[in-house]
Design a protein around this ligand. Structure first.
Ligand code: SF4
Ligand code: SF4
Length: 411
């Protein structure tokens, strides 16, 4: 599990790092494919950057950046040839490791009603949205915030002492090859620097990549983070990294850390949330929240699911699937036929309190890695960093709901 802050203040030693050009990066994609990985990387589709199968650097979003604000996501032309010059898109690694829909079993019966087959397909690709096979996968361009989210899921889903591993997650995770990337251009909704989860990957990867782009050169610093990563790196054409390369990579991260669009003051936040059960802020949020579930769908750490049973039209075959669900639906909190969170206010309170408070008691870390997706993709522009500030202001004597309304008037 990844649990310590990223160190962006200390420049790293060159060690076994290598600098490659575009040809070397293409070789990395080729080597991973030759080793049997389906390589998933960022691509442009439908006006957004999403993970898809790639075979060439031409598949990457060359020259594309993004503009993100609360309730707003737009691609923009950067005016250079950067391959990773954008912030987190809607997808994290979650759809690959924990697909939206996974077959748990299928049961058929013959004409006498007796079951003829029961079982789970061993390599169900799931509906991960990447159009790829069931793996093994190599993920290219994973952000540091998302590495930390994987670390959280490794604990929650990968077999913590009080619960066995999720078999599907375990299989996908076991074979995963991770190429992380240093964020050079955080968005207006990023706040990983506040959460100690970025912008430079510090662990949990096989290879870490930092794009070094200026008027004269376009290179990629690659640092190994595992024996397998070092083994792959040895196959790439490149030169040993020098101190100047490490300094340049350090500068990329330092600059990005200073340009985060959001901050979140986590000092005492857990206690503030626990004492805010009856806060007016929840009602104010509920007046805007559509309970659309977008925030939970895009969140890289949310993992709630439910079970869907379906029967085919002939009535002879049933399927059981695990599908993503959300604490924003009233049905999700149903107990003995009744919902215990009937209001939107109570559901938002549940989500935010779990993310930023009870998650810490449950799993030993915050449930938020500061990726900003829930802010960008909320159609009502609800911003958990602003709402956390409102709760803090309310605790300090201000009327949080009034503060919340004043904030919206000024944005
Ligand atoms: S907070 Fe925003 S994204 Fe989340 S359920 Fe409400 S309207 Fe949808
Ligand atoms: S709560 Fe929001 S900012 Fe935090 S990890 Fe989830 S989507 Fe990202």
């Amino acid at each position: 599990m990844i649990d310590s802050p990223v160190d962006n203040t200390t420049q790293r030693a060159a060690g076994s790092a290598v600098v490659v050009g575009r040809a070397g990066l293409q070789t990395l994609v080729d080597v991973l494919a030759t080793r049997g990985y389906t390589v998933l990387g960022p691509t442009v589709r439908d006006g957004a950057i999403i993970h898809s199968k790639i075979t060439s650097l031409d598949d990457l979003p060359q020259g594309w950046g993004d503009t993100q604000e609360a309730g707003r996501y737009r691609l923009r032309r950067r005016g250079d040839d950067a391959l990773f010059g954008f912030a987190s898109g809607a997808q994290s690694a979650k759809p690959t490791l924990y697909p939206t829909s996974v077959m748990l079993g299928r049961r058929s019966r013959n004409g006498n009603g007796a079951p003829t087959s029961v079982g789970t397909p061993p390599a169900d690709a799931g509906e991960s949205g990447d159009g790829a096979s069931a793996g093994p996968y190599a993920l290219l361009g994973v952000r540091s915030c998302d590495l930390h989210a994987i670390g959280i899921h490794d604990w929650v889903l990968g077999g913590r002492p009080d619960a066995g591993p999720d078999p599907d997650y375990e299989r996908r995770r076991r074979d995963l090859f991770l190429v992380a990337v240093t964020c050079g251009d955080p968005s207006g909704t990023c706040f990983c620097a506040s959460m100690g989860t970025g912008p430079r990957p510090d662990r949990g990867y096989d290879l870490a990549l930092t794009e070094l782009l200026d008027d004269q050169t376009h290179q990629f610093l690659l640092e190994p983070g595992s024996p397998l990563g070092a083994n792959v790196l040895a196959q790439l054409p490149g030169r040993p990294a020098e101190d100047a390369d490490l300094a340049a990579a350090h500068q990329v991260a330092q600059s990005a850390a200073g340009r985060m669009g959001r901050t979140l003051d986590t000092d005492g936040l857990r206690e503030i949330l626990y004492s805010a059960v009856n806060s007016l802020v929840w009602e104010d949020i509920a007046a805007r929240c559509l309970a659309c579930e977008n925030c939970t769908m895009v969140c890289p750490t949310c993992f709630c699911t439910s079970i869907d049973d379906t029967t085919d039209l002939t009535g002879t075959t049933t399927e059981r699937r695990r599908v993503w669900d959300s604490c924003f639906s009233s049905a999700f909190s149903g107990v003995h036929g009744r919902s215990i969170r009937t209001t939107v206010a109570s559901r938002y309170r549940q989500w935010m309190t779990h993310k930023l408070a009870s998650w810490i008691d449950q799993f030993g870390t915050s449930g938020c890695v500061g990726c900003g997706r829930c802010i960008t993709w909320c159609p009502a522009s609800i911003d958990l960093t602003a709402e956390a500030a409102n709760l803090r202001a309310e605790r300090n004597g201000a009327n949080g709901a009034q503060a919340s309304r004043a904030l919206r008037r000024t944005t």
